[in-house]
Design a protein around this ligand. Structure first.
Ligand SMILES: NC(=O)c1ccc[n+]([C@@H]2O[C@H](COP(=O)([O-])OP(=O)(O)OC[C@H]3O[C@@H](n4cnc5c(N)ncnc54)[C@H](O)[C@@H]3O)[C@@H](O)[C@H]2O)c1
Length: 442
């Protein structure tokens, strides 16, 4: 198969990953089908409307452009796979809540649909993040069994994990280097040629297993580093220091006359918890690859430290109430931010959820605000009126512009701020009469 503009591409899963990928290929001139479960989302996309609510530069415009071009169509019908020369899989890959093992329900059903409609010679590329070994142990056998074709002979297979982040979808897809692991050289070569149409950066070829480990490994590295930053925050609170000043000084470690920052010494951001579809589960995916072979310690411990942060945020709230001599029961508390990341509408695995569960057990009245999530889009003044405490969970731009003097008038006497993302100035809030407690800075 040669990659020509008349190559037809099907993208399975039109979420944060699949939708922008499909649109970029359509913009490049390919005929693209996007397959997704659920008629509502598909209908919206086919009307040229953006289903993502958060700030995503260029996405709304790109959907409109592609809609007018007429070479992109979303559908719920898996039979469309039979028309595709290339199929890209971008469905969700969560882990089981209790066991942390991969929960490949979406992946298995997508592969089954694809296998049953696979045309001979098609290249299937998995972009979803998967546990190391999944291409060989799950993807290949399902496709072979359902299609009756053999990999490398009847169809081609590659893994090209996606590296984007909500808020930067289009920018990241086009500008981040990519790792590409083909089941054979031909799969790698064709996939690379194809991605060159939308990726401006380097595409590095490797084997499937290495590509799988790189993707889950880079997110695990981040999770471990965040856990370190969170533990530093807890240490600084205990010792009466400000973790943000400590972090600034650590990160400013430079040689005289050298303007480069020392990348290896850059401390991550502590905070009220880690969320999103990826970071909380990719560590579990990585270690699942070596299940029963070794027992990793650092990675699960880091997960537990990060999962503890919403509980710690709740502890800070209780401390602040103790300080003002009040009980939480019967008071009103505002939680600002339900999405896990600033300016995003992505609320998967949000740390706000466990925090809300803890507050709800106290019989305090809790009211949530988020400018990007339909259920929580209310005027901020209305939310803060009559509250005793404000807990900042997400660094949306709107919250960075909060007028403290104004909100103090709306809140009860001895108002409390629990700052989960270091967006308020501790001294300033205290001067204005707030009781302030920030993660790593109390
Ligand atoms: N969101 C991110 O920032 C990000 C970044 C890099 C990698 N990833 C990885 O990419 C993958 C997808 O993530 P996402 O954030 O786009 O998920 P998502 O939940 O936003 O999108 C997945 C889409 O697939 C659809 N789907 C599920 N089963 C299907 C099926 N059988 N057929 C057709 N459609 C189906 C869902 O309805 C959904 O719209 C995951 O493995 C994730 O770990 C995500």
């Amino acid at each position: 198969m040669k990659i020509l503009k008349d190559t037809t591409i099907a993208v399975c899963g039109l979420g944060y990953v699949g939708l922008p990928v499909a649109l970029l290929f359509a913009q490049a001139g390919f005929k693209v089908f996007g397959v997704n479960r659920g008629k509502e989302k598909v209908a919206k996309i086919n009307l040229g409307k953006n289903p993502i609510e958060g700030k995503e530069p260029g996405l709304k415009e790109l959907i409109k452009t592609v809609h007018h071009q007429g070479n992109f169509e979303a559908t719920t019908d898996p039979k469309i796979y039979h028309q595709a020369d290339v199929i890209i899989v971008a469905v969700e890959t969560p882990v089981e809540e209790e066991t942390h093992e991969p929960a490949y329900v979406a992946m298995r059903s997508a592969l089954k649909d694809i296998g049953q409609n696979l045309k001979k010679g098609t290249l299937v590329i998995v972009e979803s993040t998967i546990a190391p070994g999944t291409m060989k142990k799950v993807v290949k056998p399902i496709l072979e069994q359902e299609s009756g074709l053999m990999v490398n002979k009847g169809f081609l297979l590659a893994n090209c994990p996606e590296r984007l982040m909500p808020g930067f979808l289009l920018e990241n897809i086009q500008n981040y280097n990519r790792v590409l692991g083909g089941m054979n050289q031909k799969a790698s070569e064709i996939a690379k040629k194809l991605y060159k149409y939308i990726i401006k950066s380097e595409i590095e070829e490797t084997d499937c297993l290495t590509a799988e480990i790189v993707k889950s490994g880079e997110n695990t590295y981040r999770d471990v580093q965040i856990a370190f930053a969170n533990e530093m925050a807890l240490l600084c609170e205990a010792m009466g220091a400000n973790v943000w000043e400590v972090r600034r000084l650590i990160n400013n470690c430079k040689k005289r006359g050298d303007t480069r920052v020392e990348a290896l010494r850059q401390m991550h951001l502590p905070g009220a918890g880690v969320g999103g579809h990826c970071i909380p589960k990719d560590s579990w995916l990585l270690i699942y690859g070596a299940k029963d072979l070794i027992e990793p310690r650092l990675i699960p411990l880091s997960r537990h430290i990060n999962d503890f942060m919403p509980r710690h945020t709740f502890h800070l709230l209780k401390d602040a109430f103790r300080e003002i001599g009040k009980n939480l029961e019967g008071t009103k508390i505002a939680v600002l931010g339900y999405a896990y990341a600033g300016n995003s509408d992505d609320a998967r695995n949000t740390p706000t959820e466990p925090l809300l569960k803890m507050i709800n057990r106290t019989q305090a009245e809790v009211i949530v605000h988020d400018p990007f999530i339909q259920d929580y889009k209310k005027p901020l003044e209305e939310v803060l009126k009559g509250t005793q405490a404000l807990i900042l969970m997400t660094d949306h731009d709107q919250y960075k512009k909060i007028d403290l003097k104004k909100i103090k008038k709306l809140m009860r006497a001895k108002p409390i701020i629990i700052d989960g993302r270091n967006i308020f100035d501790k001294e300033k809030t205290r001067k204005l009469g707030f009781v302030y407690k920030g993660i790593g800075n109390i």
